[in-house]
Design a protein around this ligand. Structure first.
Ligand code: SF4
Length: 207
């Protein structure tokens, strides 16, 4: 690993020693549903919404049989509720019908589920199976471009580039970049003056 990448990892490790997923879930079913609901929505809002959803549909079998408008009513606060309800029901059905009620074990299989793209598949596989992957959301994309680790806007390509770059020490890279982007290197008004990565940051150099 190059020096710059080491500096970045060490800094983020010190900032977020216990970095993990901020979505609350008790099992794979709850995790994948929560990740699908989190698209274009805050984790906080998802966490406020899912207790009612999982109280009504405690297992993947229950959600697979759910009525779409009942689900829409519950998940409305998460936005895009029509598509999200359709996707979480279809995803649950596929898990039941193709995988016997258990989540698939690989990113590739996970991506065959309705509503599950590379980002969702990697978040779930990273958290559930400790797979050596880096999911790229809007925060990871912004932070890795600003730091000059990549010069790329396609999330799936960034994911593959970062996985190669951090292959030696990949654990929690996704969560650390997400938290760093969410709380420090924000989209508007990043906290550059107090940032310990100023010296290795392309965005700061060209400010
Ligand atoms: S210096 Fe600013 S832009 Fe660069 S990583 Fe730090 S907060 Fe982000």
């Amino acid at each position: 690993m190059k020096n710059k990448q080491k500096i970045i990892l060490e800094y983020m490790h010190n900032l977020f020693p216990d970095a993990g997923c901020e979505l609350v879930s008790n099992n794979g079913y709850e995790l994948i549903v929560s990740v699908i609901l989190s698209a274009q929505c805050t984790d906080k809002r998802v966490n406020q919404t899912t207790p009612a959803l999982f109280a009504k549909y405690p297992t993947v079998y229950d959600l697979a049989k759910a009525n779409q408008s009942d689900v829409e009513d519950i998940i409305k606060p998460c936005g895009f509720y029509h598509n999200k309800a359709k996707n979480i029901i279809a995803c649950s059905k596929a898990i039941v019908e193709k995988y016997g009620g258990e989540l698939p074990k690989t990113v590739e299989e996970m991506m065959t589920l309705p509503g599950v793209g590379m980002k969702t598949a990697k978040v779930v596989c990273g958290d559930l199976y400790k797979s050596k992957v880096i999911a790229v959301d809007t925060h990871v994309k912004r932070v890795s471009n600003r730091l000059g680790l990549v010069n790329e806007q396609n999330a799936d390509k960034i994911s593959i580039m970062l996985e190669k770059m951090f292959a030696d020490d990949i654990t929690s890279v996704h969560h650390r970049f997400v938290l760093f982007g969410r709380y420090y290197c924000k989209s508007q008004n990043p906290k550059c003056e107090n940032c310990g990565l100023k010296n290795v940051c392309d965005y700061y150099k060209h400010k």
